[in-house]
Design a protein around this ligand. Structure first.
Ligand code: 5RP
Length: 217
């Protein structure tokens, strides 16, 4: 199976975790796009969605799925999103699609975070995928210097402006042995909006697309 077929399989498998008459939290990315395609088939059974990006909002709306402002929603039963890397302890790197901040906010509200990913995303140690950090534009050089002190090599993602009007630094060459500590350290740098480590609030469940089928962890 191709990587995209594995992504499609987990995207389709995730709809069974969406409860009727609820609002579902929806992430961002190519795996989530498959989930949205599958969600559209049960759209009459749900109230609507809260979205983590303009890209997903557009796709949800194109199917006639109502998208709610998070401020008007008290509770989300599930949040379904992809990952760039995920460990057996359910810590993740996210933000390859630059949507990390809104993803982290929606994940914080949800009772359950279900990660959908193809098998290439499963790793023992995070950091092979460059860690995205969303930064207030005027703080870019300062934050980059502080990240160098933590042992990383930050690279400015040229031409990308996030949905929140900020920029992204992708941090290369970090072997992240303690994801919670690193998440807190980077978030403590003034000018950082958030970083793509989802360890303090990791996934609760993983649907992993493998050549043997969808495995659940
Ligand atoms: C976007 C994300 C995505 O979940 C992550 O990049 C995985 O993307 P894909 O499903 O396209 O492989 O965090 O900000």
């Amino acid at each position: 199976m191709t990587q995209d077929e594995l992504k499609k399989a987990v995207g389709q498998a995730a709809v069974k975790y969406v409860k009727p008459d609820t609002i579902v939290g929806v992430g961002t990315g190519s795996t989530v796009n498959h989930f949205i395609d599958a969600l559209a088939e049960m759209k009459d059974q749900i109230i609507g969605a809260v979205s983590s990006s303009e890209q997903s909002t557009e796709k949800l709306k194109s199917y006639g799925i109502e998208v709610f402002d998070l401020n008007s929603v008290d509770q989300l039963d599930v949040y379904i999103d992809g990952a760039d890397e995920i460990t057996p302890h359910m810590a993740m790197i996210k933000g390859g699609g630059a949507a990390l901040t809104r993803e982290k906010i929606v994940a914080a509200v949800a009772k359950e975070f279900i990660c959908i990913a193809d098998s290439s995303k499963r790793v023992d140690v995070l950091g092979n995928f460059p860690l995205p950090v969303e930064v207030i534009p005027m703080a870019r050089s300062y934050v980059a210097r502080e990240i160098v002190k933590l042992g990383g090599d930050p690279v400015y993602r040229q031409g990308v402006v996030t949905d929140n009007g900020n920029v992204i630094l992708d941090v290369h060459n970090m072997k992240i042995l303690d994801p919670k500590a690193m998440e807190e350290k980077i978030n403590a740098i003034v000018g950082v909006v958030t970083n793509g480590l989802f360890a303090c609030r990791g996934a609760d469940k993983l649907l992993l697309g493998t050549s043997n089928g969808v495995e659940t962890y």
